[in-house]
Design a protein around this ligand. Structure first.
Ligand SMILES: *Cc1c(COP(=O)(O)O)cnc(C)c1O
Length: 430
C-alpha cells in the first residue's frame, strides 16, 4: 500500500479535536479499514491529497460536483458574489432566480423554499406533509437515506415492515413512532400498509433512484403503486432528489422516469458545492409554509447569496451545455468495461447504473433492495477499494454508496479506471 504520511499526521491531529477526525462519518473510511485521505485541492475530475498524490475522483463531494471541481464559471460567480457581501439577513434576487430555475426545470415544483442542507430540506418536507395533511405517519424505505433527521433515522432493517426502531442513540422512540419502514420495491407490503393505515399516512418519502444503499433502481410497478396509493388515500408522495436532482437529467429522476411527485427535496447539485438544500412542490402545498401559511420553518443563512450564485452558475452550465449524454456514455463505458473484466476474472458481481450514478456490487444476487444489497462481499469491496486507491482512482469508501461520473471526466480517465480495475481484479483472484 502507498504511504500517506501527511494524511496520517493530519488525521491524528484532527482526531484530537473532531469526533473521529471527520465532520461527516461517510468520510472516515470506516467500512474499508484504513485512514481517510486529507485533500489539499481539487480540479476538474481530480483530487490531490496532502502527500501530493493525484486521484481520479468518482465521489465528486458525494454528488454535488457534476461539472467537476472548481469549474471556472462557478468560481467566477462565487468570487463576484463574495465581493457583494456574504449574507444579508434580507431577501435578494439571486434566491428568486435559483427558485425560478428549479421550478422551470422540474414541472411538479411550482414553489420552492431554500434551506442549507439536504437534511434540513428533508426534515422540513416531512413537517410540511404532516402539517398539510393533519396526519402523522410517514413511510420510508429500508436503505434510503434522507439526512440525519430524527424521524427518518429508523433502523434500515431488512424485514418487509419494521416499525419505528431508532438506529441511533439519542433518537427517542417517540421521534420515530410514526415512521413505518418498508422494503424498497416491495409492492405487496406497500399495498398492505395503505390498506391497514392509509388514513393515518401523511406522506411517503423515497429516493426515486436510490444512491444510499449503493445504486438501486425502482421497478415501474413500485413507482406506479406509490403514485396510485398516495392519491387514493390523500397522502403526499415525496421524492428525495437530493442526489438525483439535476444529475440524472436537468429535471432530475422524476423527469427521466416521467413521474409527478407532490413534493420534491433537493440539495447537492443545486448548491454547486456550497451548502444549499431546497424543498418544493405544488403551490397549494407549499402555500402552507410560513409566512405564507402556518407550518414553521426558518434559517439565518437560507438562500445565502454566495451559495445561490454557485447554484445558479451550475444550473446555467447544465442547461446551456447539457452534459447528460456524455455522462451516460462515459458511465456506460465504465459499466461495460468493469463487467467484462470482472467476468474474465471470475468475480461474481452486479453493476447497477442510471446515468452517471453507479455501483459495482460484489454479489451474484441481483440488487433491488437493502436485503439483496447486503449480500455483497464487503471484504472484497474493501480490497477493490484500496487497490483502486493505490492506482490513483478514488471510489466511494463503502459498498453501499453510489459512485458519480462528472462532466470533467474524459475517455482517457475511463480507460485508466478500467486498466486499474483489471490489475486489481487479477490481484484479488491470485
Ligand atoms: C446526501 C443526501 C441527503 C442529505 O443531504 P445533506 O446535505 O448531507 O444533509 C438527503 N437525501 C439524499 C437522497 C442524499 O443523498
Amino acid at each position: 500500500m502507498i504511504e500517506r504520511p501527511r494524511s496520517h499526521a493530519a488525521f491524528a491531529r484532527a482526531k484530537k479535536v473532531i469526533p473521529g477526525g471527520v465532520n461527516s462519518p461517510a468520510r472516515a473510511f470506516g467500512a474499508v479499514g484504513g485512514e481517510p485521505l486529507f485533500i489539499k485541492k481539487a480540479q476538474g475530475a481530480y483530487l490531490w491529497d496532502e502527500d501530493g498524490h493525484r486521484y481520479l475522483d468518482y465521489i465528486q463531494s458525494w454528488g454535488p460536483m457534476i461539472l467537476g471541481h472548481a469549474h471556472p464559471a462557478v468560481v467566477e460567480a462565487v468570487i463576484e458574489a463574495v465581493h457583494a457581501g456574504s449574507s444579508y439577513g434580507a431577501p435578494c434576487e439571486k434566491e428568486t432566480e435559483l427558485a425560478e430555475m428549479i421550478c422551470e426545470a422540474v414541472p411538479s415544483v411550482e414553489m420552492v423554499r431554500m434551506v442549507s442542507s439536504g437534511t434540513e430540506a428533508a426534515m422540513s418536507a416531512i413537517r410540511l406533509a404532516r402539517g398539510y395533511t393533519g396526519r402523522n405517519v410517514i413511510i420510508k424505505f429500508a436503505g434510503c437515506y434522507h439526512g440525519h433527521v430524527d424521524a427518518l433515522l429508523v433502523s434500515a432493517g431488512s424485514s418487509a415492515l419494521t416499525l419505528g426502531v431508532p438506529s441511533s442513540p439519542g433518537v427517542p422512540a417517540g421521534a420515530t413512532q410514526d415512521t413505518i419502514v418498508l422494503e424498497y420495491n416491495n409492492v405487496p407490503a406497500l399495498q398492505e400498509t395503505f390498506r391497514q393505515r392509509g388514513d393515518e399516512i401523511a406522506g411517503v418519502m423515497l429516493e426515486p433512484v436510490v444512491g444510499n444503499m449503493g445504486l438501486v433502481v425502482p421497478s415501474a410497478e413500485f413507482r406506479a403503486e406509490l403514485r396510485r396509493l398516495t392519491h387514493q388515500y390523500g397522502a403526499l408522495l415525496i421524492y428525495d432528489e437530493v442526489m438525483t436532482g439535476f444529475r440524472l437529467s436537468y429535471g432530475g429522476a422524476q423527469a427521466l422516469l416521467g413521474d409527478t411527485p407532490d413534493v420534491s427535496v433537493f440539495g447537492k447539485v443545486i448548491g454547486g458545492g456550497y451548502p444549499v438544500g431546497a424543498y418544493g412542490g405544488k403551490r397549494e402545498v407549499m402555500s402552507k409554509v410560513m409566512p405564507a401559511g402556518p407550518v414553521f420553518q426558518a434559517g439565518t443563512l437560507s438562500g445565502n447569496p454566495v451559495a445561490m450564485a454557485a447554484g445558479i452558475a451550475t444550473l446555467k452550465q447544465l442547461k446551456q451545455n447539457p452534459p447528460y449524454e456524455k455522462l451516460d456514455r462515459l458511465s456506460q463505458m465504465i459499466e461495460q468495461g468493469l463487467k467484462q473484466r470482472a467476468e474474465q476474472a471470475g468475480i461474481p458481481h452486479q453493476f447497477n447504473r442510471v446515468g452517471s450514478m453507479w455501483t459495482f456490487f460484489f454479489t451474484a444476487t441481483p440488487v433491488v433492495d437493502l436485503t439483496s444489497a447486503k449480500t455483497s462481499d464487503t471484504k472484497k469491496f474493501g480490497q477493490f477499494f484500496w487497490g483502486m486507491m493505490d492506482r490513483g482512482v478514488y471510489l466511494p469508501c463503502s459498498q453501499f454508496e453510489a459512485a458519480f461520473t462528472s462532466a470533467a471526466h474524459t475517455e482517457a480517465d475511463i480507460q485508466h479506471t478500467l486498466d486499474a480495475a483489471q490489475s486489481v481484479f487479477s490481484e484479488m483472484i491470485r
